[in-house]
Design a protein around this ligand. Sequence first.
Ligand code: MRU
Length: 357
Amino acid sequence: MKVNGQPRRALEAAPEGDAVVVIDQRGLPHRWLLARLDSVAAVRTAIGEMWVRGAPLIGVTAAYGIALQCRVDAGDAALDEAKRWLDSVRPTAVNLSWATRRMLELVRPQPVERRAEAAWALAGAMADEDVAVNAAIGGHGLVLLQQAAARRPGRRLNVLTHCNAGWLATVDWGTALAPVYRAHQVGLDLHVWVDETRPRNQGASLTAWELGQEGVPHTVIADNAGGHLMQHGQVDLVIVGADRVTGRGDVCNKIGTYLKALAAHDNGVPFYVAVPRSTLDLSLDDGLAEIEIEERSAREVTHVTGLDGSGQLTEVALMPAGSPAANPAFDVTPARLVTGLITELGVLAATPDALRG
Ligand code: MRU
């Protein structure tokens, strides 16, 4: 998608083939910072500290981590260790272990001296594949948006989204926002309610910025406002992304997603989840019992970062110094609350038959 009118991907391979260049998303929307990751350690830091985040982008960045490891030591033991080390840094997004496993499966049959070259090419192919998959999700989601708009002729379509599942969370297009971008490009009159998404505010900082860069009408709302807007008929459908979807259709996504699904269910608002098939974890069934929920630092809850009056990025404390805070980063929405999964193959029901069949 575009930054200041120029096409840009969230991740680009350095032309020299010795690093991958990512946007350091901690600076957005106030600072445009690029980071050059030239080792598996740098990749792990970037994923763990959320310079890059969003399940598909985490996966492709980790694939480059394996490729960078191959430049140093491409032996089996070193690759196994690099995979284990990368996989543990953000445990909930299944795309991470999916991508590193795929890298190892395809690199291992190569002679050790050929692995670095093969791994670099494979990571690049995975990046391109991510773009194609998300474009296909956008096409299938566009049909849903057009159908919803046809049911409300003469009225702007209102979509609500949570967190950031836009192009910054992928290599390009995004998942939940891909249908929005496609719809905007074909002239559909639509508007996006953007949940701010406490505690890290990916909605307020990243989704709002992305949509603004593309000229998509949007409004940032406090996370607690969505239910009220649904009760008053101001949300036509909800589209979110996911970090892991089980074989029976339970959806794990950014904390707060479940509450939106409950409110949507209570108000008859369709609740869609846009996911590449790399986010499906068919080895799991019961999302609540089986998915590991990442617990992040309490500081993300107790403090917030923004621009001060002199234009400096500043962190300020929000609560009494002695008050403990908890920070579960994801929650699980049961399949019964999910209207459908928008995948690259089309819209699937959140049922074992549709996902495992
Ligand atoms: O903690 P984050 O910012 O990595 O969480 C991102 C989300 O929850 C997204 O909705 C999900 O990864 C899907 S991204 C297409």
